[in-house]
Design a protein around this ligand. Structure first.
Ligand code: ZN
Length: 375
């Protein structure tokens, strides 16, 4: 059986780690192109100045326009060329990070997440949008980022809602990897298939599955403690563990362990207007519950997930993600989107159809509502 595992060349996290950014730039050359929103640059201005002076490197600001589009990627690549940049830095949230991945195209890339809201920073893929913000395409690169560096002080000072959303994204990782393993489905680590940088599909490794399991265990152990620390803007061992969980364990776990129903149903849910003001991970927390209902997980496991979600404030019913009433036709559309042939829902260890998805969403919603009443 062919298996694959992919990861960044280096992962580093610590308090005030941003002060070491210049050191990592220097391993590539003397200057770096910085892709970041203006307000994120503002947040870490002092640290950037400090590291530039300490390591005698140049950081070229790029005036990132906020959208990861082909046009913006092209402009930034041109800018990097003009300034002779030796590496690319993606600093901030999802869009800046994805844009930096596209600009670097698998070469010298430093990713600096300023929030821990998703598990995307470590991956070798990005999502492209049109300049108007419509989905365009997925992009896969030959390598994951060269360096993923996390300043835990910066994360502790970001709004707690981001950290909690990241826990929601991390919550699905073990259950999706488990389903993928049971069905012997392919994992993203084997991509891109059939192109010049990949030769074919691949299954997950024991290593990835162990990381996915540790991801879930750490959430249960440290999630609630980390939330309290983040509320107080304090770095504690529990917060450090959850930052590692949201970004490294979940990132490696999903990319090399596989996605299944939870993310596919999440993608379907985006057709419901009410969900648009909720973060990716908040919706994934609920769709993890939906996956557990779909696969008829044990009551003990479902209750453990419900309890965890309540303890950190993650959604457990449709109303929690902005859907206060929904028709069968609307749910049917969610299920249709979740079940298109390209979706990861087909990595479940049994055939899944739209009726099953509609039923699982309704039942998960009820379970969540009842669990809240029980307190
Ligand atoms: Zn996700």
């Amino acid at each position: 059986m062919r298996k694959a595992f992919i990861s960044p060349a280096k992962y580093v996290q610590g308090e005030n780690e941003l002060l070491n950014l210049g050191y990592f730039i220097k391993t590539f050359g003397h200057s770096a192109l910085l892709i970041a929103h203006a307000d994120d640059v503002q947040r870490v201005k002092q640290q950037l100045e400090h590291t530039k002076n300490t390591y005698h490197v140049t950081i070229v600001e790029s005036g990132f326009n906020g959208e990861c589009s082909r046009q913006e990627v092209k402009r930034l690549q041109q800018l990097a060329k003009e300034h002779n940049c030796a590496c690319t830095i993606g600093l901030g949230g999802g869009k800046a990070i994805d844009t930096a991945k596209c600009v670097a195209a698998g070469e010298a890339l430093i990713i600096v997440p300023t929030i821990a809201a998703t598990d995307a920073p470590t991956s070798h893929s990005a999502v492209l949008y049109s300049p108007e913000g419509e989905f365009d395409d997925y992009a896969y690169f030959k390598q994951s980022p060269s360096v993923v560096m996390i300043d835990t002080t910066v994360i502790a000072n970001a709004p707690t809602r981001f950290l909690v959303a990241g826990m929601g994204d991390a919550l699905s990782t073990y259950f999706e990897a488990r389903a993928t393993a049971h069905s012997y489905s392919n994992v993203n680590a084997g991509l891109p298939c059939g192109s010049s940088t990949g030769v074919g599909p691949a299954k997950g490794t024991k290593a990835a599955f162990a990381l996915a399991k540790l991801c879930y265990e750490t959430l249960l152990e440290d999630g609630a403690k980390a939330k309290i620390a983040c509320d107080a803007n304090l770095v504690t061992p529990a917060l450090e563990n959850i930052i590692e969980t949201n970004i490294l364990l979940s990132g490696l776990g999903f990319e090399s362990g596989g996605l299944a129903a939870a993310h596919a149903i999440h993608n379907g849910l985006t057709s419901l207007e009410g969900t648009h003001s909720y973060y990716h991970g908040e919706k994934v927390a609920f769709t993890t519950l939906v996956q557990l209902v779909l696969e008829n997980a044990t009551s003990a496991e479902i209750n453990q997930v419900l309890q965890f979600c309540l303890s950190v404030g993650l959604p457990i019913c449709l109303a929690d993600i902005g859907v206060t009433s929904v028709t069968d036709d609307e749910l049917r559309e969610v299920a249709r989107k979740a079940c298109i042939p390209e979706e990861s829902i087909h990595s479940m260890p049994f055939p899944v159809n739209e009726d099953q998805v509609v039923a699982a969403i309704r039942v998960a919603d009820q379970l969540g509502q009842q669990f809240k009443l029980k307190g």
